[in-house]
Design a protein around this ligand. Structure first.
Ligand SMILES: *[C@@H]1O[C@H](CO)[C@@H](O)[C@H](O)[C@H]1NC(C)=O
Ligand SMILES: *[C@@H]1O[C@H](CO)[C@@H](O)[C@H](O)[C@H]1NC(C)=O
Ligand SMILES: *[C@@H]1O[C@H](CO)[C@@H](O)[C@H](O)[C@H]1NC(C)=O
Ligand SMILES: *[C@@H]1O[C@H](CO)[C@@H](O)[C@H](O)[C@H]1NC(C)=O
Ligand SMILES: *[C@@H]1O[C@H](CO)[C@@H](O)[C@H](O)[C@H]1NC(C)=O
Ligand SMILES: *[C@@H]1O[C@H](CO)[C@@H](O)[C@H](O)[C@H]1NC(C)=O
Ligand SMILES: *[C@@H]1O[C@H](CO)[C@@H](O)[C@H](O)[C@H]1NC(C)=O
Ligand SMILES: *[C@@H]1O[C@H](CO)[C@@H](O)[C@H](O)[C@H]1NC(C)=O
Ligand SMILES: *[C@@H]1O[C@H](CO)[C@@H](O)[C@H](O)[C@H]1NC(C)=O
Ligand SMILES: *[C@@H]1O[C@H](CO)[C@@H](O)[C@H](O)[C@H]1NC(C)=O
Length: 876
């Protein structure tokens, strides 16, 4: 007790000795510690806020003035996962100008006592869980310029007194639960406002205050997704500085005021979409000469869009979809130099797409479905190489598709269904990113181009209801199709097995000439006639004579399906089990469904199945087969199964039919190294990571040199390395090329996104797979272990190949240090550098410079000896 009192006493003494500066700095520190003491900090972000350290200006989030003594001017603790109580003790910091606690988990009403922070200039409490009402007292913060309470759960009306904060420049109350009316007088004093955001308050049922139109400095006005109703005030014309106007998703009605946009020369974006606005096109908006985005979609506008729209030559995004616009679509819009997006679907526009010869275009996306467009697709459209979506379904477009229609290398969605196109479908070769192609319900003739099979990511193809003839190209089995609707054409010949087993039969209906197992027409004679030019006639004859047979067959097939409830009948399956699993192949087949899929790859899906004894097995379903004979498949899998090593997943058995092989593996619970990397769950101790690397290397060395016949893995990547509970790695998916056949294997590999950087650079120019390619892939995995970074970021477009990233870093001073995963303790640096050196050798551009796997194992062993006493490692 006594000591507790002596300190203040001494301080008081010092104070009286007029060393005021010292006192004020001591107490600033105490105030901060008091603030910290009421906060919960699960990540220990405020670890350095320690009573021992006197340099509180260096603490996380603190900024001090450069005066002497320094004084706290700013407290910025955003996004640190803090919770607990916001203590008003900080309001005693005399010079606190900026307080930012945004993006934390503070769950409390807005602290009333914050109103004592009289010197605050900016206050940011956005993205917390603040609730209750906005207190009147907030207006005591008379110096406030920026107030951000957005994305909380604040309720009630805006207090009228908000209008007293007359220095306010930013007012953001968006994303809360405010309700009632916005009282117009609030804005009379806020003449300095630059940003006003009242968006996303669904219970804010209010008219738009006329006064907002008098805020002459306003640049950003966001009022979307609330419940504003009534007309847009005429006064909004006065917002000359406005750059962004978003009134979308409200209940506004009436017209758009004449003159809106007239003086708004800086306007960048107008969004009036999803209201009930009506009337004709607000042509004055175009006078905002810097307009970049115009969204009027989902309203009730009618009439036409004037050609004068093309005067807004900075316009990039034009969105008027879901209205009742009619008349000629302004042709000038297509040739505007900056236009990137045109969305006009679901209107009644008419007119043609003009030929834009010699116009450089940035156009990326066009959606004009469900209008009354006519005429042809001009050749010039194919030269727009930024185009990634073109959809014009449900119009009256006609003529042939130009040869170059799909030349844009980024094109991914095409929908021209329900038009009157005719002629052949051109060869699509250059749009290698095409995902979805719909040409349904036109009058296309000729064959299905086999070049479609070259478009590796093509997944949805709808060619139904045309006049296509010929066979379904067998090459299409290279694609991973989710939709392939060719119903109601004149196709003939045998259907590739993969399409029959993988896709619903309804996709093929309405083509009496098609045949294959499971189809009404069973193909017994037809394949021989494939070369016959006159096959149509023959098919007609055959079809006639077989009609009766077909009916019977259909009935039988229906019956079979109902019994087996499966696309295949299990009698076609041949099981080979090594040892007893206590489960039959029928039970395995029945257990395969979408719910137990744990992985999807280019070769097929992986399911996990529980055995009667409670154990689990992983079942890998390989598709796209039919190239290798069943007998050979069986022998090859037996070869794979005989490879037994502690770092390979054990193959327990397999079943196969004509088109599918099921590989039954032991199930490794912890998931793959790839998962661990992606979730940042790699072990933090280098010892464990090295153990993983060594295990993988040993497994590979076994395949390459010890096992006879020598095997290549060919698909080493972190997703194919499974980890058991003790972080012991097991390789999976090895040698699948032997099962699928080389061509299918290559096609599958090529279609696999996100694993290009595991593939050795020489792969593209050499046909033959080599051990060195495996070594390269291993080097990439080793780099992942060293850096803690996935080799490729799966969802970022400009993903950085880890090999390139590391090489670039290493060339900088201090680079090698930056490469090491900072989460691993510094004490392992030496060993990690050793591993880095090895990884760089493995990933040499020149294959002959790469070490063999046996040498890799030796090197890793040495690195391990450095870490562990030899005694322990020799137990391994
Ligand atoms: C602060 O001092 C205490 C003892 O006075 C000590 O236990 C603690 O480790 C010190 N903390 C820091 C961060 O130095
Ligand atoms: C604290 O900041 C001062 C400058 O304000 C600096 O000289 C000093 O090195 C810093 N101390 C620590 C421990 O970071
Ligand atoms: C807090 O820690 C968790 C795991 O401990 C981590 O995922 C998260 O990124 C950390 N958050 C911050 C803000 O540092
Ligand atoms: C935030 O902290 C909680 C504990 O309060 C923790 O469970 C959670 O993982 C943390 N989340 C992040 C994103 O840091
Ligand atoms: C408040 O903080 C959030 C999160 O960091 C930030 O996005 C926002 O821009 C800040 N508000 C203001 C007005 O600066
Ligand atoms: C505007 O500011 C003045 C002076 O600060 C104040 O008297 C008046 O009440 C304010 N008006 C509104 C509507 O808040
Ligand atoms: C829109 O406003 C009208 C009155 O103008 C009202 O009758 C209607 O309920 C409102 N609709 C919604 C969704 O708020
Ligand atoms: C489509 O345009 C044609 C003339 O080009 C016209 O005769 C027809 O009425 C229009 N259809 C609709 C639904 O507007
Ligand atoms: C293509 O357009 C039609 C008609 O608008 C639509 O029904 C269909 O879903 C679209 N297809 C794709 C793949 O978007
Ligand atoms: C395939 O196309 C036909 C004709 O356009 C259509 O009736 C059928 O619903 C489509 N099937 C599927 C599964 O989309």
């Amino acid at each position: 007790m006594a000591t507790n009192y002596t300190l203040p006493l001494v301080l008081h003494l010092i104070l009286t000795l007029s060393l005021i500066s010292v006192v004020s700095s001591v107490s600033e520190k105490d105030l901060l510690l008091a603030f910290k003491s009421s906060i919960e900090d699960p990540n220990s972000s405020l670890l350095n806020w320690s009573p021992n350290s006197t340099q509180y200006c260096n603490w996380t989030g603190i900024t001090c003035s450069s005066s002497s003594p320094p004084s706290v001017t700013s407290l910025n603790l955003q996004n640190l996962n803090l919770s607990g109580e916001i203590s008003p003790s900080i309001c005693q910091l005399p010079n606190l100008h900026n307080l930012n606690l945004a993006s934390n988990h503070f769950n409390q009403p807005i602290p009333l006592l914050l109103s004592k922070c009289g010197s605050l200039v900016t206050l940011n409490l956005s993205s917390n869980i603040l609730w209750g009402t906005l207190p009147d007292q907030i207006t005591h913060l008379s110096s406030l310029k920026e107030l951000d309470f957005s994305n909380n759960r604040i309720q009630g009306q805006f207090p009228l007194s908000l209008g007293l904060l007359n220095g306010l420049q930013v007012l953001n109350l968006g994303g809360n639960s405010f309700s009632g009316t916005v009282h117009p007088p609030i804005f009379r004093n806020l003449s300095d406002l630059v940003v006003l955001d009242l968006s996303r308050n669904p219970s804010l049922t209010s008219k738009l205050p006329t006064e907002i139109g008098e805020l002459g400095k306003l640049r950003v006005l966001l009022l979307q997704s609330s419940d504003f109703y009534g007309a847009i005030p005429e006064s909004f014309q006065g917002l000359h500085e406005l750059q962004v106007l978003d009134l979308s998703q409200n209940n506004l009605s009436g017209g758009v005021p004449k003159g809106l946009g007239l003086g708004m020369t800086k306007l960048v974006s107008v969004d009036l979409s999803q209201n009930m606005l009506s009337g004709s096109f607000p042509s004055d908006i175009c006078y905002g000469r810097a307009l970049v985005e115009l969204s009027l979609h989902e309203n009730s506008f009618s009439g036409s869009v004037p050609e004068s729209i093309s005067k807004c030559n900075t316009l990039q995004r034009f969105q008027v979809q879901d209205n009742m616009f009619s008349g000629n679509f302004p042709p000038g819009l297509w040739s505007m130099s900056d236009i990137v997006l045109i969305r006009a679907e679901n209107n009644r526009f008419s007119g043609e797409i003009p030929d834009l010869v010699g116009v450089p275009s940035r156009l990326e996306q066009v959606q004009i479905d469900n209008n009354n467009f006519t005429g042809r697709i001009p050749h010039s459209l194919g030269r727009m190489h930024a185009m990634y979506r073109f959809s014009a379904s449900l119009n009256g477009l006609n003529g042939n598709l130009p040869e170059n229609f799909c030349d844009s290398p980024v094109m991914s969605i095409i929908n021209l269904s329900h038009n009157s196109f005719s002629g052949p479908i051109p060869e699509f070769r250059n749009c290698i990113k095409l995902v979805s192609l719909s040409l349904a319900d036109n009058r296309f003739t000729g064959n299905i181009p086999s070049s479609l099979a070259q478009l590796a990511v093509l997944t949805y193809i709808d060619l139904s209801s045309n006049d296509l003839s010929g066979e379904i190209p067998p090459e299409l089995q290279n694609l991973k199709l989710a939709l392939f609707n060719v119903s109601y054409n004149q196709l003939s010949g045998s259907v590739p097995l993969y399409i029959i087993t993988g896709l619903p039969a309804s996709y093929l209906q309405g083509n009496p000439g098609l045949c294959g197992p499971g189809l009404p027409n069973a193909c017994s004679v037809l394949p021989k006639r494939r070369k016959s030019k006159n096959s149509k006639l023959l098919i007609a004859v055959v079809a006639l004579t077989m009609t009766a047979v077909l009916v019977i067959l259909t009935v039988i097939i229906f019956a079979i399906r109902r019994i087996s409830q499966r696309k295949w009948s299990s009698s076609a399956w041949k099981p080979v089990l090594f040892g007893s699993l206590g489960i039959s192949e029928d039970e395995i087949l029945m257990a395969l469904d979408d719910k137990n899929i744990i992985g999807r790859g280019p070769f097929g899906t992986v399911h996990v199945i529980e055995l009667p004894d409670g154990d689990f097995v992983a079942v890998k379903k390989l598709m796209n087969l039919g190239v290798v004979s069943s007998k050979r498949v069986k022998n090859e899998i037996k070869t794979l199964a005989k490879a037994r090593h502690k770092n390979l997943t054990k193959l327990l058995g397999f079943c196969y039919s004509d088109s599918v092989v099921l590989l039954i593996h032991e199930y490794v619970k912890k998931g793959s190294l790839g998962d661990a990397l992606f979730r940042s769950e790699l072990p933090l101790e280098w010892r464990f990571r090295l153990q993983i690397a060594l295990g993988v290397a040993q497994g590979l060395a076994y395949l390459h040199t010890d096992y006879v016949p020598h095997l290549l893995h060919r698909n080493i990547k972190s997703n194919n390395i499974l980890l058991d509970e003790d972080f012991r790695p097991k390789l999976t998916s090895y040698g699948l090329d032997r099962v699928t056949g080389e061509a299918s294997y290559q096609a599958c590999l090529a279609s696999e996104l996100g694993s290009f950087c595991y593939i050795a650079p020489e792969h593209s120019c050499s046909k033959k797979a080599t051990e060195q390619m495996d070594v390269y892939s291993f080097g990439v995995v080793l780099l992942e272990l060293i850096t803690g970074r996935p080799a490729e970021q799966p969802d970022s477009r400009e993903s950085v190949d880890v090999v390139k990233w590391v090489r670039r870093k290493i060339n900088m001073t201090n680079g090698p240090l930056q490469v090491l995963d900072p989460k691993v303790s510094n004490s392992s640096q030496k060993e990690m550098f050793g591993a880095l050196d090895l990884a760089l050798h493995c990933t040499s551009i020149m294959p002959e410079k790469r070490p063999g796997m046996a040498e890799v194992v030796r090197t890793l062993h040495c690195l391990q000896d450095v870490i562990e006493p030899p005694m322990i490692s020799s137990v391994e």
